[in-house]
Design a binder for this molecule. Structure first.
Ligand SMILES: Cc1ncc(COP(=O)(O)O)c(C=O)c1O
Length: 393
């Protein structure tokens, strides 16, 4: 019998189990909603990125069905060969208008938008100046680019300036920050980082995955929120969270987008979205423009729930968005808190290293526009009970 060369994987999994860090995938039965069934248990769902409830919105459903009926279920090719459909072009035009940029390009996901962009616009002689809590897709793109990565402490534009000052001006230097940080819910130091970029002639890039559909007028994102139009060269957004479907996009100049068409490897080497996805995203932009009350409700719910957690005495960090972490420190405790909440009818995922730094484990909550007050109150009551019994508050 051949010895299993992957035996070491089982051993690593055993280590995770012995430390209480092994997680199985929770299975959603039915639709992604504010109250949903996971693993056969009915729970208040505080774990999705479905900020506006668009995953089940009737206008998106209708447009997806119509596109499937008229255009089929798949695009059949990568964009650069035969897989650019007119509906893909329509979505990109619409996104460019929405973001007020010259052009956009849609990728298969926000992950590939970030990784494909950062890795293609820089090379080994260049520099990336990156917030320490930037998303994994930025980090992977930076590694793939082979540029030198300089990390600055979270939200410290002063530290970013000190780094940039030492770098050769003739090299390309990219300053990059998340708009909203996915695990902490705080905002990037964007106005200050734009000042650094302007002062030293750097490229400025923002990943607005968690800000698309949430911040700015009609959900245009943090660039709109901070009034930074024209100062951010590369904006990345996702179509997988508030927009409710799937995908990522890059918004910027026509030259940037043309370049990505020629060099961004996920665009070149992976099949484009089915027409139903593009159609859903087009309908989502209609909803953002036509139903601003959804975003208002999201923010009302955010204030109610965040205030409630803080009043109970939880450490919610520096969140300024619908993402509110409940920071407990120890990873095993975070998993225990998450499991106990689940038993009490609330799904809030426990998150530990490597997704967040060691010692900063947490349960992450995300409210949506579609949560009712009763659902949020039930969740607060469960947090109070479980938090007290585990000694977190
Ligand atoms: C900050 C950030 N950027 C990018 C992504 C990737 O987006 P997507 O899920 O569309 O691949 C995520 C999602 O996990 C994210 O949180």
């Amino acid at each position: 019998m051949r010895a299993d060369p992957l035996q070491y994987l089982s051993e690593e999994l055993d280590t995770l189990k012995s430390r209480g860090l092994y997680r199985h995938l929770r299975v959603l039965e039915g639709e992604q909603k504010s109250h949903a069934s996971f693993d056969h248990r009915s729970v208040v769902n505080l774990s999705s990125n479905n900020y506006l409830g668009l995953t089940t919105h009737s206008r998106l459903r209708e447009r997806a069905l119509e596109a499937t009926r008229t255009l089929g279920v798949g695009s059949g090719s990568v964009r650069t060969i035969a897989g650019t459909m007119s509906i893909h072009m329509e979505l990109e035009r619409r996104l460019a208008d929405f973001k007020r940029t010259e052009a956009t390009v849609v990728f298969q996901s926000g992950f590939t938008a970030n990784a494909g962009t950062v890795s293609s616009i820089l090379g080994k002689d260049d520099f990336i100046i990156s917030d320490e809590l930037n998303h994994a897709s930025i980090i992977d793109g930076a590694r793939l680019s082979r540029a030198t990565i300089k990390v600055f402490p979270h939200r410290s534009a002063d530290a970013a300036r000190a780094i940039v000052r030492e770098l050769p001006r003739e090299r390309r230097r990219l300053i990059i920050s998340d708009g909203v940080f996915s695990m902490d819910g705080d905002l990037g130091a964007l106005p200050e980082l734009c000042d650094v970029a302007d002062e030293f002639g750097c490229i400025m890039m923002v990943d607005d995955a968690h800000a698309s559909g949430v911040f700015g007028r009609n959900g245009r994102g943090t660039i709109d929120h901070f009034g930074l139009h024209g100062r951010v060269d590369i904006q990345v957004g996702t179509l997988s969270k508030a927009i409710g479907a799937l995908g990522g996009y890059v918004a910027g100049s026509r030259a940037l987008i043309d370049f990505l068409h020629h060099r961004a490897r996920p665009f070149l080497f992976s099949t484009s979205h089915p027409p139903s996805v593009a159609a859903s995203c087009l309908a989502a932009i209609d909803v953002l423009e036509g139903e601003p009350q959804l975003i208002e409700r999201l923010w009302e719910n955010t204030r109610f729930f965040k205030n409630g957690l803080q009043a109970l005495g939880f450490n919610t960090g520096a969140s300024e968005s619908p993402i509110t972490p409940v920071i407990v420190g120890d990873a095993a405790l975070a998993m225990k808190l998450s499991d106990a909440l689940f038993e009490n009818g609330v799904f809030a995922q426990g998150i530990g290293f490597p997704t967040v730094p060691q010692g900063k484990a947490r349960v992450r909550t995300i409210v949506t526009a579609t949560h009712t007050r009763d659902e949020l109150q039930l969740a607060l009551d469960a947090f109070a009970n479980v938090g007290q019994s585990l000694g977190v508050i």
